[in-house]
Design a protein. Structure first.
Ligand code: G3P
Ligand code: CA
Length: 334
């Protein structure tokens, strides 16, 4: 039994005038983390389509840039943990043995097969019970571009009549700038091309790097922005009244690690400080990452985890690898 405390009711009252509306009509949003990553390799068109079909409100692509400056859906700076790059391009690793996406053109990256995430040293899958990627080329999934993700989601919105959004994350922003690529300008340009320019549009841009979100504002972006807050010490200054004030100056929401709200032992962190303080400043709260197959020790089921965050902590949405289970939970709960 977890040791958490009961949260006073005042902490869980939803704030009014929320800018984000769930496609499902629920008050809470379900974000398909890296697609339907609990079932198909992360960041693939197949996975995004599956998540869409499962009822996601937002589809999440992490973004990196290719050598020729094209935004692609990829979590890591490097390609070797989720593709067959080492087989296709032997000799193209840097001295550290890693294959950086930014060293490859889009045409080259499109020759790679996306595989279920694995440990690059041992070859062992990160989530052994998930999709059994084979390396024999019988089923080939490709690394998608941001444009392809948008075309998929907007096309499905047209054919289904639903209003599903995208929730791109600018990964390694400062690093991209150091490589001479104006990441935020490029991403903003693609989004604008597809009609995503204001907070009313179905897009939320997220980043762990405040510099990335500030850069978007500097470029005149009026998009809905979410500041991600990791669990490490580097993010501790954000989890203070002053830090929250700063975030509210440029962002519309926060995406904290779950451990910023409930610690690993199941205790509320500072009496639900983060949710309380975020809501007091009009910020939405979307914690990451709810995984049905990797539960924290303080809950006995995925549904218990969702209940705890969505209704006891009072967050406004969650990132999850298992969209179908989260959507079912909300449908039955609301
Ligand atoms: O963006 C929210 C969550 O996805 C952050 O973690 O590492 O999966 O991008 P990561
Ligand atoms: Ca992410």
């Amino acid at each position: 039994m977890r040791k958490r405390l009961l949260v006073p009711l005042a902490f869980v009252v939803a704030i009014g005038g929320l800018a984000v509306v769930a496609a499902s009509g629920h008050e809470k949003v379900i974000v398909a983390h890296r697609g339907a990553s609990g079932y198909l390799p992360e960041h693939t068109i197949a996975g995004y389509a599956m998540a869409y079909g499962m009822g996601a409100d937002f589809i999440e692509p992490d973004l990196m840039l290719t050598k020729d400056g094209v935004p692609i859906a990829l979590h890591d700076r490097t390609l070797e943990s989720t593709t067959d790059v080492a087989d296709v391009f032997p000799g193209r690793a840097r001295d550290d043995g890693r294959y950086y996406a930014i060293d490859f053109t889009l045409e080259e990256i499109k020759r790679l097969a996306v595989l279920e995430r694995f440990n690059r040293d041992t070859g062992v899958p990160t989530f052994p019970a998930r999709f059994p990627s084979a390396r024999d080329g019988a089923l080939v999934l490709r690394v998608p571009t941001l444009v392809e993700v948008i075309e998929l989601v907007q096309g499905l919105n047209a054919s289904t009549g639903r209003s599903v959004g995208i929730y791109p994350e600018t990964k390694s922003s400062v690093w991209h700038q150091e490589q001479g690529l104006d990441f935020e300008r490029i991403v903003m340009g693609v989004l604008a091309e597809y009609g995503y320019t204001t907070k009313d549009d179905l897009v939320i841009v997220q980043s762990f790097e405040s510099d990335s979100l500030l850069r978007l504002r500097e470029l005149g972006s009026e998009l809905f922005l979410v500041q991600l807050i990791g669990g490490g010490d580097a993010y501790a200054p954000m989890v203070t009244p002053e830090g929250m004030d700063q975030i509210a100056g440029y962002a519309d929401g926060i995406g904290p690690s779950m451990t910023r709200i409930i610690d690993g032992d199941g205790n509320w962190v500072n009496d639900n400080f983060l949710v309380r303080e975020a809501h007091a400043r009009g910020l939405q709260v979307h914690p990451y990452t709810m995984r049905a197959d990797v539960l924290p020790g303080y809950v006995g089921s995925f549904e218990e985890l969702l209940e705890l965050f969505l209704f006891e902590a009072g967050v406004d949405g969650v990132f999850t690898d298992h969209t179908d289970l989260a959507v079912r939970f909300l449908r039955e709960r609301e």
